[in-house]
Design a protein. Structure first.
Length: 368
């Protein structure tokens, strides 16, 4: 068993541990007892994940003297709605869940965001534990306490900050993940190197071939380092007033592209991969970083199996989509820009600069 020590998210009275261990699923009973779970435990998951892991968790919970109540949702972003939350709440109410009953969020970011939000409002808040099974969820969405659902007028428009009691990560669960979802998650991992850790970026450059083979040691170590960086940023700024915004690097353009594709043509990480490169290029255009920085990012993104190319669209459409995002403050797009690998700064972006960059980058593309 590959064992990696756990990471702590330090938030005074709401601090929690992220346990990362290949094979953790085999010993979840021990974790359930360690955390004092009792009585009913709601296991929120989706159909894909249920097929692989629900039976193990249900049996483990029963062996630990618990009463598991599976809540199986339809997979995918389209489930991330208030109606689904209502469904979860109905099940909890029907089974007479109490204040001390726990929810387990077993799945990707969709399940984690839904279960976390339901936990935050059922009886004004019951404890929940994240058991993430996608790379995006293991390195990003399960840590930090952002929960919520989409609204017809915007993604993640409704939600709450509500920290889990613990995060239990078994990197071996990634072995059943579809290849496209695995590669998409690598965009978030690369992001951590760019925003906070030069040597982690260099490690990813060296280990990309091993990562493509999903070497368990390398996978466990990138999940751990990503969680450490996210935990550090969240501990410094839980509610995204300032420092936490650095996590949005690659997401300004990324979210806009996701929205323009109707959340169908690109999965989140694919859009972020393009965003990482294009936002670096935009930083270079503004004189914030060198061309070498852009090329290093482009190269790693491509080696991960991700595209760096903007889909066919217009600058006006992208700008409008960027203005719809939550990263906008007083009508201004606040960008996160790499100054070098391992360091970013924040600065507003004007439409005029964006348009000039877009025209220049299209011209460069046509001439190559
Ligand atoms: N709360 C946060 O801080 C935060 C951060 C990043 C992303 N998010 C949210 O996360 C969501 C994206 O999460 P995601 O990329 O994990 O997508 P997802 O939850 O839709 O999972 C992707 C697909 O993989 C399947 N799957 C999950 N684990 C599997 C496994 N081990 N084996 C086989 N199939 C598996 C799922 O059923 C689904 O079809 C978005 O809604 C995004 O807004 C939230
Ligand atoms: Zn993301």
């Amino acid at each position: 068993m590959t064992s990696v020590p756990s990471v702590t998210v330090s938030l005074v009275d709401r601090s929690y541990e992220i346990s990362i261990r290949a094979g953790l699923f085999e010993r979840l009973g021990r974790e359930m007892n360690r955390y004092g779970l009792k009585g009913k435990v709601g296991i929120v998951t989706d159909r894909h994940v249920a097929r692989h892991y629900l039976k193990t968790i249900v049996e483990t919970a029963k062996r630990s003297g618990l009463e598991p109540v599976p809540i199986i949702l339809a997979p995918g972003e389209r489930s991330k709605t208030l109606q689904t939350v209502e469904h979860i709440l109905n099940v909890l109410a029907r089974h007479r869940f109490e204040r001390s009953s726990h929810l387990l969020a077993l799945g990707g970011g969709v399940v984690g965001d839904l279960a976390g939000f339901a936990a935050s409002i059922y009886q004004r808040g019951i404890p929940y534990i994240q058991v993430p099974t996608t790379l995006v969820a293991q390195v990003d969405s399960s840590v930090g306490g952002k929960t919520g659902v989409d609204h017809r007028l915007g993604k993640n428009l409704i939600g709450s900050f509500y920290q889990p009691r613990a995060v239990w990560i078994d990197p071996l669960t990634l072995q059943t993940l579809p290849a496209r979802e695995w590669v998409a998650g690598l965009a978030e991992v690369i992001k951590y190197g760019i925003i906070a850790d030069t040597s982690f970026f260099a490690y990813l450059q060296r280990k990309m071939p091993a990562l493509q083979q999903q070497s368990p040691q390398v996978v466990a170590s990138i999940v751990k380092r990503s969680c450490e960086i996210k935990a550090e940023v969240v501990a410094a700024d839980e509610r995204e007033s300032d420092r936490r915004r650095i996590l949005n690097y690659g997401h300004t353009i990324g979210h806009a592209l996701e929205a323009l594709g109707g959340y169908k043509s690109l999965v989140h990480g694919e859009a972020v991969g393009i965003g990482l490169v294009q936002e670096a290029d935009l930083a270079c255009f503004q004189g914030i970083c060198t061309h070498e920085v852009v090329e290093a990012i482009r190269c790693l993104v491509n080696e991960a199996g991700l595209s760096d190319r903007m889909p066919a669209t217009t600058p006006t459409k992208i700008w409008k989509a960027m203005l719809h995002d939550k990263k906008v403050s007083a009508g201004q797009v606040i960008g996160v820009w790499p100054t070098r690998i391992g360091e970013v700064c924040m600065a507003p972006l004007s439409k005029e600069v964006f348009d000039r960059w877009y025209a220049a980058s299209r011209a460069a593309l046509i001439s190559t």
